[in-house]
Design a protein around this ligand. Structure first.
Ligand code: AMP
Ligand code: MG
Length: 315
């Protein structure tokens, strides 16, 4: 299998989406792992630079959606790829089983409450897409307290409506100054089995495993169908899906970092330029500060020797 570039993982709604055209593994040689780690590291630095500007400018918000089967690497992607970001401009929301409060609302409500401010990045660990994935697989919509006219909607129509509602919602976000980056970490069933075994054998990972994970695994084909349809129906030019081969974590992380850099570059953030009068304010503040030392700029004078003395006093 050839290396995949980010553009090979991208689906923007043109044509028909078939999941089997997207590999879970491109079998990168193990010896190349450090190279990819270095590339990821360089991307995280670039992300930090771009985020600094995004935050300063406060114009555009970015919502990053991570969807995947259990053990595909959502949590570790957040940990590894997002480390360089300034926490002040980042929010993380995990979408678990809805609370009764959440279930009493429309399905997009809880996502709306988790949106970042413009200028910030909101990471969604799972998202409103669960409402067309786990809900579809388990027919949970039948259990909702809703009027008969809604509950009587044939299943396919019900989910077609939800796909449309999601497209409309993402368009609404686009038109309100947000970009939505949607990532599906595409792990194989076999690799999930190995990672579950790790979670069982390694005490430090036990907490991540729940016996229901094995039951969900049994429904793998149904989940893949649900993913395939949902990606097909909700990918758009403004909010494409990235289907990332996730069997090799170092490779998946690199691709996610590529996608992050890309979306931040598309925002094209720039430090705000001060209007002329504020620049004048800066100039007079500068003069006043320098006047305190008789016009002498002493910033370069706190040299190493002072630091050495301070350190030895402390030891
Ligand atoms: P985890 O991400 O492993 O902590 O698990 C969270 C669980 O919550 C997953 O099994 C999700 O499928 C489930 N979940 C998330 N959103 C929903 C939803 N809207 N309805 C039902 N289950 C959900
Ligand atoms: Mg889980």
């Amino acid at each position: 299998m050839e290396f995949q570039k980010l553009r090979d993982c991208r689906f923007d709604g043109s044509g028909h989406f078939k999941l089997d055209g997207y590999p879970t593994d491109v079998h990168v040689e193990k010896r190349l792992k450090p190279n990819f780690e270095a590339l990821t590291e360089a991307n995280t630095q670039r992300m930090a630079e771009l985020q600094d500007k995004l935050y300063a400018e406060g114009c555009e918000g970015v919502v990053v959606i991570l969807q995947a089967m259990d053990a595909a690497g959502k949590d570790s992607t957040i940990k590894h790829v997002m480390t360089g970001l300034n926490p002040q401009g980042v929010t993380v929301a995990s979408f678990k089983q809805p609370s009764s409060e959440e279930l009493a609302h429309d399905f997009l409500w809880r996502a709306v409450t988790k949106l970042p401010r413009r200028g910030c990045i909101g990471l969604f660990n799972r998202s409103y897409y669960e409402d067309v994935l786990v809900v579809r697989v388990h027919d949970l919509q039948k259990t909702y307290r809703m009027p008969k006219r809604v509950l009587d909607t044939p299943k396919d129509d019900f989910f077609e409506q939800r796909y449309r509602q999601i497209r409309d919602f993402e368009r609404y976000l686009w038109e309100n100054g947000y970009r939505v980056l949607k990532i599906f970490l595409n792990v194989s069933r076999d690799e999930q089995r190995r990672r579950f075994l790790d979670r069982i054998d390694d005490e430090a990972k036990n907490w991540k495993f729940s016996s229901s994970d094995v039951a969900e695994r049994e429904l793998w084909p149904k989940y893949m169908d649900a993913y395939e349809q949902c990606i097909d129906r909700t990918a758009t030019k403004e909010a494409p899906w990235y289907v990332i081969p996730a069997d090799q974590k170092f490779y998946a992380r690199w691709l996610v970092s590529e996608a992050m850099v890309r979306v931040l570059e598309e925002c094209g953030p720039r430090y705000p330029e001060l209007p002329a009068e504020q620049r004048d304010d800066l100039a007079s503040a500068r003069e006043a500060l320098l006047a305190e030392t008789g016009g002498h700029d002493d910033r370069g004078e706190r040299d190493e020797s002072e630091l050495t003395v301070a350190l030895s006093e402390n030891s």
